[in-house]
Design a protein around this ligand. Structure first.
Ligand code: 0O2
Length: 252
C-alpha cells in the first residue's frame, strides 16, 4: 500500500535521531523545465525507468554539486592541517551519488510516494560523503569543525560511535544541507556525511562484503554475534593505538 508521507513523518520514524533542522524543502520545479509536470506522478512512470532517470538528471546534478561542495569543505580542513604541519584528522574521503534506480527502489522500500518531490524531501542520502579518520577523536574534531560552519544546516545526527548497532557497526552520520547555486537559484541541498575511523571503515567494508556474499548464497546463518565479536577485537586494537598516539601527541 502506498501512502503520502511528509518529511516530518519520515523523521518521526527515526527515534534515535537528533533533529536540528527539518523545515527546509527543495524546490525542484525549476529543475524540470524539459519535463512534463505529470512526471511528478511517479506511480505512472514506475515502469519507465529510463524516463525517470531523465527526469532525475538535473536534480542529480544539483546533488552532485552539493556533494562536491561538502567534499571541498573537508579538503579545506585537510589543507589547513597540512599547512600547520599538524597530523591530519582526515585519512581519506569517499563519495557516491545514488542512481535514479536506487532512489526509486528506496522510495518503494519505504512505501513512500513515487514522486520526485518525495525523493528530494524524504531521501537524505542521495549525495553521500564518507570521511575516514585515523582515530576516533578525529571524528568528533571534524564534527565540531563542520558544525561551526554557519552556512551549513544540520538536519539530523545519528551517533553509532557512541551507540553502536547490534552487529557492531560504528560511524557518525550527520545529514547537512549545503548551499548550492544551480540554474540561478540557491538551494540548501542535503548531503549525508558518514564520519568514521579507519578501524570502523575496515569492519564496515568487510561486513558489507560478507552480507553481500551471504545474500548471494541465500545463507540463513545469522552472523550478527560473530561480527560483533570481530568488531570488539578491531576496536580494542584501535583504542590501544589511539592511546599510543595520545602519548606521542600530548605526552600524557
Ligand atoms: P549505501 O550504498 O552505503 O548508501 P535510511 O538511510 O534512513 O534509509 P537507516 O538505516 O535509517 O536508513 O540509515 P542509517 O542507519 O543512517 O544507515 C544508512 C547507511 O549507513 C547505509 O547506507 C550504510 O552505508 C551505512 N550502514 C548502516 N548500517 C550499516 C551496517 O550494519 N553495516 C554496514 N556495512 N553499513 C551500514 P545504505 O543505503 O545501506 O547503503
Amino acid at each position: 500500500m502506498r501512502r503520502k508521507q511528509t518529511e516530518k513523518e519520515v523523521i518521526k520514524i527515526k527515534e534515535e535521531s537528533i533533529i536540528i533542522e527539518r523545515e527546509e524543502t527543495l524546490e525542484i520545479n525549476t529543475l524540470m523545465p524539459a519535463v512534463n509536470s505529470n512526471f511528478d506522478d511517479m506511480e505512472r512512470i514506475v515502469d519507465l525507468k529510463s524516463e525517470f532517470s531523465q527526469a532525475m538528471d538535473p536534480i542529480l546534478r544539483m546533488y552532485n554539486a552539493a556533494m562536491n561542495e561538502a567534499i571541498a569543505r573537508f579538503e579545506i580542513i585537510k589543507d589547513e592541517f597540512q599547512f600547520r604541519k599538524q597530523r591530519c584528522p582526515i585519512h581519506h574521503i569517499d563519495s557516491r551519488l545514488k542512481s535514479a534506480d536506487s532512489i526509486l527502489g528506496k522510495l518503494q522500500k519505504k512505501q513512500m510516494e513515487l514522486t520526485l518531490t518525495a525523493a528530494c524531501n524524504c531521501i537524505f542520502d542521495i549525495a553521500g560523503v564518507r570521511i575516514v579518520c585515523p582515530y576516533v577523536k578525529d571524528i568528533y574534531l571534524l564534527r565540531e569543525r563542520i558544525m561551526a560552519q554557519d552556512d551549513i544546516m544540520i538536519m539530523e545526527e545519528k551517533d553509532y560511535v557512541a551507540h553502536p548497532k547490534r552487529n557492531g557497526y560504528r560511524s557518525l552520520h550527520i545529514v547537512i544541507r549545503v548551499p548550492v547555486y544551480f540554474m540561478n537559484k540557491k538551494q540548501m541541498v542535503p548531503v549525508e556525511l558518514q564520519i568514521r575511523s579507519l578501524a570502523m571503515d575496515l569492519w564496515a567494508s568487510l561486513e558489507h562484503d560478507l552480507k553481500y556474499k551471504s545474500s548471494q548464497n541465500e545463507s540463513n546463518i545469522d552472523f550478527t554475534a560473530k561480527l560483533y565479536e570481530c568488531s570488539k577485537l578491531i576496536y580494542q586494537a584501535e583504542d590501544e593505538m589511539e592511546k599510543i598516539n595520545d602519548l606521542l601527541e600530548d605526552g600524557l
